[in-house]
Design a protein around this ligand. Structure first.
Ligand code: NAD
Ligand code: UGA
Length: 484
């Protein structure tokens, strides 16, 4: 039997996505004595991680380029050689996608674990000696059992010459948020390690101890760790649905959700974070993780608990729908052939990620109503928007001179704009959907005369200076503002 390793020298991370890439870049940066190789099946993605031009990295995160620059080529590598890298590793992180199942048992709720299972099988085949397998992906509680049984099946040596393989499975969920990934990884609120094998737990803790204070490294059993990740996301999402529900009540009662959020957040038991009303939460994880929780609750015979969490998602969808309906209502009941400047397509600021972005659902609803959308986002390109809307852009109207006259009878089309002014030209409304910094500082005196009057600004993120907008004669709707 091979002696378990306590000091990790060689890490393989399977999955070079939003989590695998930045997480491993920070580990490599902080632990120059560990060789870290991130592998992926997606050749284009790996090529982008290896690109000389750091602005071409596949993930946009403030500060990521500097970290990659320091570590890449030194002890950080990106490769498509999955089997070889696994065979050399003491520790393998599984950081692959775990989306919601789209068909079969649990369709629309349960997590699709096919990529995790494929990884477990690949590790089982290719690993040599003793390997610590770390679940980094967000997984349904008790997935480690499946991973363990796949690995166990390969533990028996095939013949006398073959060295025996041994495995330990740990859970180490990731809590980073996009847009702040590097600072979250460099100064995490906590690092969570779940497992049964204390030597393996300490080997992983030893890596984090290089830069994370010891008291922030929490150790739990496997199932608590897996479940903590799902419930942390559920709690965060629940706060957003709660404040969005309050926003709608503010709008009909004369209260202001910003003031209410400040007042309730001042209670240290509630706290100030995650109380910004908006167009509903987006991102690749909140919805899928809550739906997974709902599925698990039903599976374990807890329908009331499942219904409770389901409501968080239901309210989120309602919030997105109500914003699209409100825009139509304010524009005299019809948006057909009207130009609307849609500002922000990413699901939040400081990321190029559009997965589950509220902009997708809201834009689709407005296109369905016949609107012509000029879409501007500082980081999301036209190709991505086309994929998300499943509709190619209409470039005939994409030039700077597009105006209501030229739009004529066009309906249900969109095109990308290069900047806010270009998008606003001739528009009946501006709809702000992402809280990018630049939208806070727009020059409304310059923008207002470009628009067709009477024109509206719909600020779903409450980022604009309300007085500056109103002083130009523009009409303003701000989420949760009952004074309007
Ligand atoms: P992603 O889709 O960006 O990346 C996953 C990568 O895994 C893809 O590049 C894919 O090609 C690769 N992959 C899939 N199967 C593979 C295999 N068998 N071999 C090699 N490569 C394979 O996903 P992500 O956003 O990085 O999320 C990964 C996990 O982390 C998910 O479980 C997610 O819930 C969780 N998570 C995500 C975030 C986030 O901010 N995105 C934060 C915390 C946790
Ligand atoms: C979220 C969690 O914050 C991370 O801890 C977690 O690791 C991650 O999910 C994950 O598991 O994927 P992320 O989705 O990247 O991170 O970003 P958040 O900052 O949580 O924002 C999610 C959505 O909620 C965004 O659409 C954001 O605009 C919205 N939001 C956030 C609000 O509408 N109001 C708020 O007050 C906060």
């Amino acid at each position: 039997m091979t002696k378990p390793l306590t000091k990790i020298r060689n890490i393989c991370c399977i999955g070079a996505g939003y989590v695998g890439g930045p997480t491993m870049a920070v580990i490599a940066d902080r632990c120059p004595f560990i060789k870290v190789t991130v592998v992926d099946l997606n050749e284009k993605r790996i090529a982008a991680w290896n690109s000389k031009d750091l602005s071409q990295l596949p993930v946009y995160e403030p500060g990521l380029d500097a970290v990659v620059k320091r570590a890449r080529g030194r002890n950080l590598h990106f490769s498509t050689e999955v089997d070889l890298t696994i065979s050399q590793a003491d520790m393998v992180f599984i950081s692959v996608n775990t989306p919601t199942k789209t068909k079969g048992l649990g369709s629309g709720q349960a997590s699709d674990l096919r990529w995790v299972e494929a990884c477990a099988r690949q590790v089982a085949n290719s690993a040599e000696g003793h390997t610590i397998v770390v679940e980094k992906s967000t997984l349904p509680v008790r997935t480690a059992e499946t991973v363990q049984s796949i690995l166990q099946a390969s533990q028996e040596p095939k013949d006398e010459q073959t060295k025996q393989k041994t495995f330990v499975v740990l859970s180490n969920p990731e809590f980073l948020a996009e847009g702040t990934a590097i600072s979250d990884l460099e100064s995490p609120d906590r690092v969570l390690i779940g497992g049964e094998d204390s030597e393996a737990i300490e080997a992983l803790a030893g890596i984090y101890k290089e830069w994370v204070p010891a008291e922030k490294i929490l150790r739990t059993n496997l199932w608590s760790s897996e479940l903590s990740k799902l419930t942390a996301n559920a709690f965060l999402a629940q706060r957003i649905s709660s404040i969005n529900s309050v926003a709608s009540l503010c709008e009909v009662t004369g209260a202001d959700v910003k003031e209410v959020a400040k007042a309730i957040g001042a209670d240290s038991r509630i706290g100030t974070k995650f109380l910004n009303a908006g167009p509903g939460f987006g991102g690749s994880c909140f919805k899928k993780d809550i739906l997974n929780l709902v599925y698990l609750c039903r599976h374990f015979g807890l329908p009331e608990v499942a219904d409770y969490w389901q409501k968080v998602v239901t309210l989120n969808t309602w919030q997105q729908d109500r914003i699209a309906r409100l825009v139509v209502k304010k524009l005299f009941g019809t948006v057909t052939s009207k130009k609307i400047a849609l500002l922000g397509f990413a699901f939040k600021a400081d990321t190029n990620d559009t997965r589950e972005a509220p902009a997708i659902r809201i834009a689709k609803d407005l296109l369905e109503e016949g609107a012509c959308l000029a879409i501007y986002d500082p980081k999301v390109d036209a190709k991505q928007i086309e994929t998300d809307l499943t509709l190619p852009p209409n470039y005939v109207l994409a030039d700077k001179s597009s105006s209501p006259k030229e739009i004529n009878n066009a309906e249900g089309i969109w095109w990308p704009s290069q900047n806010v002014k270009e998008a606003a030209l001739g528009a009946d409304a501006i709809l702000i959907l992402t809280e990018w910094d630049e939208f806070q500082y727009l020059n409304w005196k310059e923008i207002a005369p470009l628009m067709r009057q009477p024109a509206w600004v719909f600020d779903t993120r409450s980022v604009v200076n309300a007085n500056a907008v109103k002083s130009t004669g523009l009409r303003l709707w701000r989420v949760g503002d009952g004074a309007q």
